[in-house]
Design a protein around this ligand. Sequence first.
Ligand code: ADP
Ligand code: MG
Length: 493
Amino acid sequence: MTCPAKSSFQAALVVLSVAHLTAALKCVCQLCANHTCETSADGACWNSVMLIDGKEEAVKSCLTPAEMRGQLFCYGSRNVSKRNCCFTDFCNNETLHLHTGRPSEEGGWGRLQWALLVLVLSCLLCVAVLLAVCVLQGHRCAYSRAHRQDPEEPLDDQTLMSPDKCLRELIYDMSTSGSGSGLPLLVQRTIARTIVLQESIGKGRFGEVWKGKWRGEDVAVKIFSSRDERSWFREAEIYQTVMLRHNNILGFIAADNKDNGSWTQLWLVSEYHEHGSLYDYLNRFTVSVEGMIVLALSIASGLAHLHMEIVGTQGKPAIAHRDLKSKNVLVKRNGTAVIADLGLAVKHDSACNSIDIPTNQRVGTKRYMAPEVLDETINTANFESFKRADIYSLGLVFWELARRCADRGFHEDFQLPYFDMVPSDPSVEDMRKVVCEQKFRPNVPNQWQGCEALRVMGKLMRECWYTNPAARLTALRVKKTVSQLSISNDVKL
Ligand code: ADP
Ligand code: MG
């Protein structure tokens, strides 16, 4: 607690005592004659303000050197909030104030005003900083859109099509942004319309496949006739299934439908593989044990990926190919393979256990049709049935492949499955008799038993072409077995 009475008394004492001193220093003194006092040179002028009964009381006087020594008078006591000693003539002339929050009696700025000023200035500073951040952010967003692409946003076509981009980069950009299901349509169209066709490289069910160039890079263009628009649309749709992209599935680039006045050109652009189909490749070359394992593993991996359902928002439905054969597998330059021609594929909607398009029972290539497809006993209500039919065809493709494996100088010529049992363009009836009635399967030569890889391949294909679809291996099982084979044969992938 403060004691104003005692304080004023002390102050008065000081004032009285210093008033009698004679010195060289002259100071203001309220209680002295002429309001002036004098003290010796090593004394001081004293200026103080204290709160007495809630009011500021200022005292100005001289301090003797003795008072100075104790330093008591120059620094605060409990009641005197502010004191000042100074050492030039009349230097204590100024009026001190306590910062009690009361307005200044002389109209100067008190603490409140200063506080308000600081507050207002801080607010202004905050607003300015916020504005600056927004402007900067705006610039950064624009920069990011133009240069770096936010992964949450769909790619800007201009960015995608920058002239230095190669196909691999385009496809990488696409797979790391947006839905991951395909390039924007405008970009697809732009690519397709800047392709220069070079030579026809293949003919299939629906038209012609051409080799073309886009910005100096090779591409394959499958051209559908306008009456096959549904097939074109279907294949493009399947290739653009979310998460379908895989090392062992043909890399889709673009689809385009261009009306040239008299008819509509329907294009499907994909990565080009100079070796062409596995059928062409095996016709031309034999493969080493290692080469066979690499091809078998990539086909099994591609099929396992196709068959697999990936659950989640960015998931993928299970897909059955329905036309697996050596002509629909392409061989890459590095000796691996991709599964192509997804025009007959069906997707499984697991939520309602339905298939995405109405299916007729018998599609695909007759020679590769599973027994249950040939005799129409396939249960099309169950999606597993389509996958099991694919596995049967996979067994036949493995057989074609294994025959061309040159082991210790021994290999066989290239042949299609059942080449020795049916005519060259067999009817369903031809196939049904051999496969369903006589239950024949391609011959697995005895020589294969002498080579571990061929023996495993022989066993695998038998387990793929069982008459009972449910007894067949799954694509994942086949992939695992071939993968083990690759490890035991020290095959570098
Ligand atoms: P279809 O649906 O008419 O059967 P495919 O897609 O199977 O058409 O292609 C027919 C043939 O064209 C293949 O067997 C293969 O020889 C060749 N071919 C297709 N796509 C490519 C490609 N991307 N690279 C190289 N050759 C290809
Ligand atoms: Mg084909």
